[in-house]
Design a protein around this ligand. Structure first.
Ligand code: UTP
Ligand code: MN
Length: 573
């Protein structure tokens, strides 16, 4: 694509990279940033299918979990700035960084296409052309690339986007703690993880917590496994991974969540052979499973309530509407009760009462279509901007981070989580709580928040009662953007977390997730470091001394962990 691009290179030569006459497979790393799940799955599948090519073929590609170990990086990122969030520039310059089309064409033609013609970044065109593994191609310039400039980027509190996850983290996939592993949004074994996810959900809905956790752990380990699982590597490597098919012994057995019932190794094997797990087929065909899944889809209905409702005969949402006596309008649509929300004909909310309405199960049922729909990144950003503008009116100069799935790179979120702080906020004297309440009230008065599901002190005082622990306050709300006249707006779940400045970074780490990452972070802190970690701070267990890291990196360093980018904390399905 950039064949006419000026090749005059500023780079002088350094060490020469022996480029392939294919004595080993060409290692390809898929950089997931700016790719949606289906694109990632497609690229993995392309490389996976290509395993069937005879071993002596000159054309062999291999998935590579570590960008720094790869020969070729497939990327949708086109801008240096954006790329640097994921990859050190000096490493980038030693690779061929190509668009996904390079992979499609190479597979189709069964040869390494000239990388320079598929260069993903203009700025790296020359390096990409030079670093292309197949230098026999006429279009490839074989001058070796330069990798000299040593820039250790300065790290400040709000600079974590520039931090690069160490290659060691990528080779750490056998580690027991998710907070030591790199877990991408979509992994090479995503379909297997999703199938085990059905078994997890089934156990969870049936209240079999220990068994459910076993599957959750297995999924979490698989999310970090960098290669497509085959019968071969299953026997040599996968079955020896932690929590997969082994009885946990020694040190770990006394930990609260350990289980002796692990997902059957046979179930994973079954999946490798047949692409499905028989028990999942049975579960998917079960009425009880679908009913419990449906009933728990209503916000506020957990598995236990769902099982109780099921046992008295409820099966569908319509059953629930009757049971909860949801009023139906003349046209058959469900309506919110009069006292809950009133709108003017052009959609503006009429403020009437000071008390913020709770989100009752009844209201959750009425709003369920809105609340079930996923939220695009654009809308998340718009919601954030609207909330920040309102907050600015109350207290200028607040800082905030959108956390949760959005921060981990999810293209579609189920809700929006934002952590806020202000350098003047003090932990004591209800300041954090006060600002949170004021914001929620203001959003409600503006018609932006329609319901509040939870508004209270987040953290109990510490056991010793030696100090106040009012550093965090959260409000779980239902939010709706004002109509811009062109599109219908939906109600969204919005979690607002207010932190005193000293608790801001633990708040950000604690709310970025994913859930298994957080669970293992707490476990790691407790078992390996003698610390208690939670969103409101870090406490040393033996003397209750509190620590408040001044950046997100400091949270990791303090707990003796290497930095892991938020997009690699996807330790759940
Ligand atoms: P979410 O449930 O919002 O999940 O919790 P998510 O990862 O953002 O994904 P979506 O929203 O389904 O798209 C976000 C993180 O906040 C923490 C959890 O650990 C989770 O990782 N969290 C959530 C808490 O610490 N406390 C809570 O009460 C809720
Ligand atoms: Mn979320």
């Amino acid at each position: 694509m950039h064949t006419s691009y000026n090749r005059s290179s500023e780079s002088s030569s350094s060490s020469s990279r022996s480029s392939s006459s294919q004595e080993r497979p060409v290692r390809v790393h898929i950089l997931q940033a700016k790719m949606d799940a289906s694109a990632i799955a497609e690229l993995y599948a392309l490389i996976d299918n290509q395993r069937r090519i005879p071993k002596n073929s000159p054309f062999q590609l291999e998935l590579c979990g570590k960008a720094s170990d790869a020969d070729i990086i497939v990327s949708n990122v086109r801008m240096r700035k954006r790329l640097e969030r994921h990859l050190d520039w000096n490493i980038a310059r030693q690779k061929a960084i190509v668009t996904p089309q390079w992979l499609r064409d190479s597979i189709q033609q069964q040869r390494i296409m000239p990388c320079g013609e598929y260069s993903a970044l203009r700025e790296l065109h020359d390096e990409t052309a030079k670093n292309c593994p197949d230098c026999n191609l006429p279009s490839c310039d074989c001058t070796p690339s330069l990798a000299t400039v040593g820039s250790t980027s300065r790290v400040s509190a709000d600079d974590t986007m520039k931090l690069v996850t160490s290659p060691r983290i990528f080779s750490n996939y056998t580690a027991r703690y998710a907070c030591l592993r790199a877990s991408p949004l979509v992994c090479p074994n995503q379909a297997l993880a999703a199938e085990l996810g059905v078994l997890y959900l089934h156990r969870d809905l049936e209240g079999k917590a220990v068994n459910a956790l076993g599957y959750q752990r297995a999924i979490s380990v698989l999310k970090a496994y960098p290669r497509v699982i085959t019968l071969e590597n299953f026997d040599t490597e996968v079955r020896h991974l932690p929590y997969i098919g082994e009885k946990i012994q020694s040190k770990v057995t006394y930990l609260q969540h350990t289980t002796s019932s692990h997902p059957e190794v046979e179930q994973i094997k079954e999946f490798i052979r047949f692409g499905v797990i028989e028990e999942c087929q049975t579960i998917r065909a079960s009425e009880r499973f679908w009913s419990l899944k449906t009933l728990t889809s209503v916000h506020g209905i957990g598995a236990t309530t769902a099982r109780n409702l099921y046992s008295i005969g409820l099966r569908t949402l319509e059953d629930m509407e009757r049971y909860y006596d949801v009023p139906v309008a003349d046209d058959g649509t469900l309506k919110l009760e009069e006292e809950e929300v009133i709108y003017t004909p052009n959609g503006k909310r009429i403020p009437r009462q000071a008390r913020l309405p709770d989100l009752s199960t009844k209201a959750a049922l009425v709003l369920r279509n809105d609340l079930e729909a996923s939220i695009s990144r654009e809308e998340v950003e718009e919601m954030h901007a609207v909330v920040m503008a309102e907050l600015e009116e109350l207290q200028p100069g607040c800082v905030s981070t959108i956390v949760g799935g959005y921060r981990r790179g999810k293209l579609q979120s189920n809700d929006v989580d934002i952590v806020f702080s202000h350098s003047d906020l003090r932990s004591g004297g209800n300041q954090v709580k006060g600002l949170c309440r004021k914001l929620v009230q203001r959003l409600y008065d503006r018609g932006l928040v329609t319901h509040v599901t939870h508004l209270s002190g987040f953290h109990a005082r510490d056991a010793m009662r030696t100090s106040h622990w009012d550093s965090l306050e959260k409000a779980l709300t239902i939010f709706i953007l004002p109509s811009d006249g062109t599109q219908k707006r939906s109600h969204r779940r919005l979690d607002l977390i207010f932190a005193a400045p000293e608790a801001y970074w633990t708040g950000v780490v604690g709310w970025t997730g994913s859930k298994m990452f957080e669970r293992d972070l707490r476990l790691w802190a407790k078992v390996e470091k003698g610390m208690k970690f939670d969103s409101s701070g870090i406490t040393r267990r033996h003397d209750s001394k509190k620590f408040f890291p001044k950046s997100e990196l400091e949270v990791f360093e303090f707990l003796g962990l290497e930095w892991i980018d938020p997009t690699l904390r996807n330790a759940d399905i």
